[in-house]
Design a binder for this molecule. Sequence first.
Ligand code: ARG
Length: 458
Amino acid sequence: MKLWGGRFTKSTNQLVDEYTASITFDKKLASYDIKGSLAHVKMLKKCSVIPANDADMIIDGLHTVADKIENGEAVLHEEHEDIHMNVEKLLTDEIGQVGGKLHTGRSRNDQVALDMRLYLRDVILELTQLLKNVQLALYKQAETHQNTVLPGYTHLQRAQPVLFAHHMLAYVFMFERDVERLTDSWKRVNQMPLGAGALAGTTFPIDRNFVAEELHFDGVCDNSLDAVSDRDFVVEFLSNGSMIAMHLSRLCEEMVQWSSAEFNFIELDDAFSTGSSMMPQKKNPDVPELVRGKTGRVFGHLTGMLTMLKGLPLAYNKDMQEDKEGMFDTAETLSGALRLFAPMIETMHVKDDSMYQAVRKDYSNATDLADYLTEKGMTFRESHEAVGSIVLHCINEGKYILDLNLDELQSFSALIENDIFEALSPEAVVDARKAYGGTGRQSVKQQMEKALKIIKAN
Ligand code: ARG
């Protein structure tokens, strides 16, 4: 017998039951559903919508149901469609017909919106903490490698040397904006929809603010149609999640490249690497590869949700049941990745010497030679041209700029003097970028201070 069976003369086709049920996935909302129901029934009691005795029985019953679901004693059935009706069924099994009073003044439409908001609040708090752990791991690598120089790239071509600490801090600041976005979304998630009913509100003399306070919401949704029919707070989460996944994926890509013999800049700890079933020599960066790969499903859920919503008239439509799996999967995918990331970064071995050797064997100090000539009076265009010729000469001779002696250098420009050798060393080239935000050691120290402050904040 369905909870809504009254107006039907036939039972539902089994295929319809299977197709429309959401219990296989929305059972993840069980604890939130019960938490919401507890607040709702306390309000019904306080407002004398139902008798106090009945309310107390329902409250006790809900606690029993919660325990039984938690310890696996309760069986959730597809024929009861979703978590909301399963909980109500379990409740009436427990306490009898009085359980039927729980749904007074409420619809599954406002109930499911509430459950999702309660769920997302926990996800936001969890992901924020996990992001902070990743930031801290990156910060620690930055701290240990404040003097490590490596090639910086544009177009994946050697461009100018940078400090490894500078590179790590770039991600700390990216993840900080991700934290900010999650934190900012809180005020939109944290509005209480119950009381919207199916779409138009309720005829019962309820107290929505009581429920909001009981569940620690900042306020109540202002419009019942909006409350049950929009899922912009889910879209926003999926968008923020996509940004996190995108940032993680870029770092993953670098870790994969850096682990190759071609780069040879880092080695992941054995505990965070995997081998090959055939090739005995292999040590593979599977974790960063898989995190990079899983970015696809996270972006997919964002696109899926936007597309699902775009043609829906107000208010609730069954299409909206499709809002859950992508949200769960995004939350779980990100938390899984971030959980691994902090220890993986922390234990990553950084090959300072190999990075330094790479910088010694490239032309990434060419800009500094051009700047040097410009300071000595050439226009930047002239010095750009002159240094271009020097680099071309070096390429033809199989040399790097610092391999040339003073005579050879002066044959390109008489302005070059003996101090050039010091000025073009990797350390000097890095330190010359003094202005805040640049890769100079002094600037990086200041960035570190700021980074630590924001990581430690709240
Ligand atoms: N399982 C439904 C969902 O997740 C709950 C709301 C259903 N409401 C309804 N009137 N069919 O969307």
